[in-house]
Design a protein around this ligand. Structure first.
Ligand code: ADP
Ligand code: MG
Length: 237
């Protein structure tokens, strides 16, 4: 079943097209890797799907579970089950990890979400979500909170969300937890070894999807077209 469809999305900022005619779909429960060099519009795509302030398609349609969501605000999309791990990991002075997770979950006992991201509940539930935690620890706690929400779609923008504070093995472990929770994941990553664990992958170039398919095929395309050094001018994609 299709969960999210991006239909012919164009996004223009100050007269500059950032995405143009982009179409792509993500199935329920699918881990979909999005590859692309810097500046191709990956984060912009993530913000458009999440519905961040100022990010509305100039034309085209975002469809979630068969419903047009172009006009929905970020919290309305969150209520539908779309969520994102943010660029700067959380930090709240005076809020314990236990309370922070309780805010995000309908369940009373959230300890197992910490275990899912490799943190011992005994050591972390009573800690404060403040500057005493390292960036990597806060990132793990944020990912635990995203898991606790039981989203239908989790957007993980590795280059921006700081999940590159975690090792490849850690990220693969967390993605597998999302899979077990039947969440779809839009995984934006530069690391081929991470993309390879996805069910499907797409390559973004010059504002549109130029290749979709198995992660192996798309990663091969990425390398063979020298997309790693693409400046958006010389590639014949
Ligand atoms: P990626 O995440 O693939 O590195 P981004 O989505 O961050 O790329 O950016 C894509 C392009 O859009 C870049 O050229 C960037 O400079 C430009 N861009 C992004 N946001 C804005 C904005 N608010 N105003 C103008 N240009 C923007
Ligand atoms: Mg980015």
């Amino acid at each position: 079943m299709t969960l999210l469809e991006l239909k012919d999305i164009t996004y223009v900022v100050k007269g500059k097209p950032i995405l143009s005619g982009l179409s792509c779909s993500i199935a329920a429960g699918e881990v979909h890797a999005l590859l692309g060099t810097n500046g191709t519009g990956k984060s912009t795509l993530a913000y458009l799907v999440m519905g961040c302030e100022g990010y509305r398609p100039t034309s085209g349609n975002l469809v979630f579970e068969g419903r047009g969501i172009n006009d929905l605000k970020i919290h309305e999309r969150a209520q539908l089950g779309i969520t994102m791990a943010w660029q700067e990991p959380v930090r709240f002075e005076g809020v314990s990890v236990r309370d922070y997770l309780a805010l995000k979950s309908r369940e009373a006992d959230t300890a197992h979400y910490l275990e899912m991201v490799g943190l011992s509940p005994d050591l972390y539930l009573t800690r404060m979500v403040d500057k005493c935690l390292s960036g990597g620890e806060r990132k793990r706690i944020e990912l635990a909170s995203v898991l606790a929400l039981h989203p239908k779609l989790a957007i993980l923008d590795e280059s921006d969300s700081g999940i590159d504070m975690l090792s490849t093995q850690d990220i693969i472990h967390v993605i597998n937890r999302f899979k077990q929770n039947s969440a779809a994941v839009l995984l934006i990553t530069h690391r081929e070894e991470i993309a390879l664990i996805a069910d499907r992958a797409s390559q973004l170039c010059r504002g549109g999807i130029v290749c979709s398919g198995s992660p192996r095929d798309v990663a091969e395309y990425y390398k063979s077209r020298k997309c790693l050094v693409c400046v958006g001018e010389v590639c014949d994609a």
